[in-house]
Design a protein around this ligand. Structure first.
Ligand SMILES: [Zn+2]
Length: 67
């Protein structure tokens, strides 16, 4: 189980999880990030109903919610 402890941060526009050293979101191009986030949603397919329901635009790992 991943948690907010560690070096991942979450994009504030699409909630994609990235390594802390990354400066630009590879999913949406956003440059604003939250270091406090909860839960992990992994989207394996861009046709995933779970991903579409969550507003996830492409296969990636996303935070479920940001603080
Ligand atoms: Zn993003």
């Amino acid at each position: 189980m991943m948690s907010s402890k560690g070096s991942l941060k979450a994009c504030r526009s699409c909630r994609a999880l990235l390594p802390a050293e990354q400066t630009k979101c590879p999913v949406c191009g956003g440059e604003s990030f939250a270091t406090e986030w909860k839960g992990v949603l992994i989207v394996f397919s861009d046709r995933s109903e779970l991903g579409l329901a969550a507003g996830a635009p492409k296969p990636w790992r996303y935070a479920v919610s940001l603080k």
